[in-house]
Write a protein that binds this ligand. Structure first.
Ligand code: A2P
Length: 272
């Protein structure tokens, strides 16, 4: 038999992994969230991220890392994003509407997962801006409340309007029939600690400052923060991540990874 070269075969154009937008919410002129259909085969661990994006004019995909904000039991996927007016992706992504398609590569990865932490009693979730997204997934995951006695979510934004996504999220968790049972009747298993830095609000200041000067612990009645009981996940700006690492290490916590679980894990929030 003759084997013919395939040199003039046209290359197969790989179709992007398209998903359909089902809902878009604009929180401020800098922030929006959206929901898309979930590929039937996609399994992920709460806290992980995927690459999502749009096709460029030249037909090539433009992708960025986005934390999945929805819990793994949800039949849709939710994302929370900033809008950067001259950002290559978000300048266009902010205009998506229900019915539009986006590209979603179904390969979830990330370090903000339960598996990267050793067992502990208290779980601290420190976030700024859109860094709350992976924690939006984790605080809707029943395992979070099965693994820990107390879950503390801190969220720091410039102004009060930027806290709204998180405020609503926590309200929905507390009103959810199933999660409510896990959080307890007093709803005290989930503590929400929002702060602002550029607008007056009940609690002001960077979380790093509130940690360093003891305000956070005083407010929550914690006097034994340390490597024995406490586990932390951090997601925010480069500045937050760098500064809080120093503080956590000062308390004796060590950075963990999927391959080597320890007391805290860090991931950079998507920044446009
Ligand atoms: P600040 O207003 O003092 O810069 P952004 O919207 O720029 O992503 O910032 C989100 C929040 O993160 C803001 O409240 C900002 O405070 C805070 N932030 C920025 N850098 C740090 C840092 N190094 N440590 C702690 N918080 C920070």
């Amino acid at each position: 038999t003759e084997i013919r070269p395939v040199k003039d075969a046209t290359p197969v154009k790989t179709l992007p992994d398209a998903q359909t937008v089902t809902e878009v919410t604009h929180w401020t002129d800098r922030l929006f969230s959206f929901r898309v259909t979930r590929p039937a085969s996609l399994r992920f661990r709460s806290g992980e991220f995927v690459m999502i994006g749009l096709l460029k004019d030249d037909g090539k995909p433009l992708l960025r890392a986005y934390s999945i904000a929805s819990p793994s039991w949800d039949d849709e996927l939710e994302f929370y994003s900033i809008k950067v007016q001259d950002g290559p992706l978000t300048s266009r992504l902010q205009h998506i509407q229900p019915g539009d398609q986006i590209i979603l590569r179904p390969k979830p990865v990330g370090t903000l997962v339960h598996d990267a932490l050793l067992p502990g009693n208290r779980l601290w979730l420190f976030s700024t801006g859109t860094g709350i997204a992976p924690f939006a997934s984790l605080i809707r995951d029943p395992q979070t409340y099965e693994d820990y006695d107390k879950v503390i979510l801190t969220h720091t934004c410039r102004d009060v309007a930027e806290l709204e996504y998180g405020r609503k999220l926590v309200e929905n968790v507390r009103n959810d029939e199933l999660l409510r049972e896990l959080i307890g009747d007093g709803l005290d298993k989930l503590v929400y600690y929002p702060t602002t830095t550029r607008e007056e609000s009940p609690k002001m200041g960077r979380i790093t400052a509130l940690l360093s000067d003891g305000t956070l612990f005083k407010d929550l009645g914690v006097d034994d923060f340390g490597a024995e009981n406490d586990r932390a996940m951090v997601c925010g700006s480069m500045g937050l991540n760098t500064d809080i690492k120093v503080i956590l290490e000062g308390f004796g916590l060590r950075e963990g990874a999927n391959s080597e679980p320890a007391e805290y894990v860090v991931e950079k929030a998507f920044v446009g």
